[in-house]
Design a binder for this molecule. Sequence first.
Ligand code: EPZ
Length: 420
Amino acid sequence: MDSYLIRGGKRLYGTVTAQASKNATLPLLAASVLTEEPVGLRHVPDIADVRNMTRILQGLGCKVSWQGDTLTVDSACADTCRVPRELSKELRSSVFLLGSILSRFGCAKVSYPGGCDIGLRPIDLHIKGLKALGVIIREEGDALHCDGSNMHCGDVMLDFPSVGATENIMLAACKLRGETVVRNAAKEPEIVDLQNFINALGGRVSGAGTDTVRIEGVKHLHGISYSPLPDRIAVGTYLLACAVCGGKMCVEGCIPEHIYALLIKLRESACKIEWKNDKIYIEQNARPQSVHITETAPYPGFPTDLQSQFLTLASVSEGTGIIVENIFETRYKHVAELIKMGANIRIKDRIAIVRGVKELHGAMVEAHDLRGGAALVLAGLNARGVTALHGVRHIDRGYERLEEVFQSLGADISRKTVKE
Ligand code: EPZ
């Protein structure tokens, strides 16, 4: 079990390059099952969720290989539509394999997915969407038996713009004769990346990035080599680290407009922040100012995946800030750990009232989920003294050796591996 040892109080200086997006790479890996030709993904981050997804693909009979940071999936020999329970439980993204496995094999058997413990995370919208395409779904315990032998195109209205449900239906509809429409679709950049990927495979998808996605089924999809888009949440995490610790940073290889909501909030926090082409520059030399209220929302609103890290910024800002988490029910698990470090936070349902303190102090803390863990790293980088952060396995799910990124910026952070 790995831990971080962080000696805080150092300003961060330097340049970092964005990693490829976890939340784009995972659906692209699911989509690789749609073709019997090899698919190469370039600059793929070496993170636990990607490794778990490749294990699921290998369980389906796909051949997976790494050449440096290029990951190649050859699904020609894929021969089963069943995802082993223990692997389904590992990560949320196993659920949107449903769509691509159904499209490839006409059947699918998966267990209810795992992933971060940030709420109930039902999959009712996925199931409703697939049923609208003629899939017959039988739930047995926590397993889903899906019969897609009579699948057909359809018109799906999502009750909520669910990212995963939008992706699942896009994948399921790729090879269905006729046009499938997804209304009230998620508009996240990762949906646009999936559309671009499917079209590069020879598919015909349009409308991604708007609330209506149209999928024209095609007979054949061929292999390609593709670079997933940069990870906007990792980029936002690095920028928030600079705002929390002070210093001067450039993040390159990113798409600033993908985190425009955060950039505006950082300006409101009195950070100096500029962006041009694929670079974002941030400088913070004084104590950040509290932002009155920040509410998470579907894209292009403030991303829920940056809420935890933004809460750390609020914890050390001058003044009182209010944060409202509108997407997940319990995304404040790391608050108790922040309070151990001297933060002054009150939680009322989905609302966090944060009275900023001048600085935090080191403590022994535990990560309970991916983004809450990243938020605790930022808190440790700010804190006076030493912070021991346990549960780094949660952080490794979505960040590639996060300690090395911050070491390159001058932070005093090291990874300790304790033999289990
Ligand atoms: C994706 O999760 C991301 N994960 C999440 O990132 C991200 O927080 C989320 O989208 C929102 O942007 C991946 O892409 C792998 P949703 P997903 O379906 O698809 C409810 C991270 O830290 N809902 O848009 O699971 C759900 O409970 C992770 O990188 C239903 O009620 O998110 C939640 O309250 C965390 N029924 C809300 O919708 C459903 O069938 C948003 O979920 C599906 C979702």
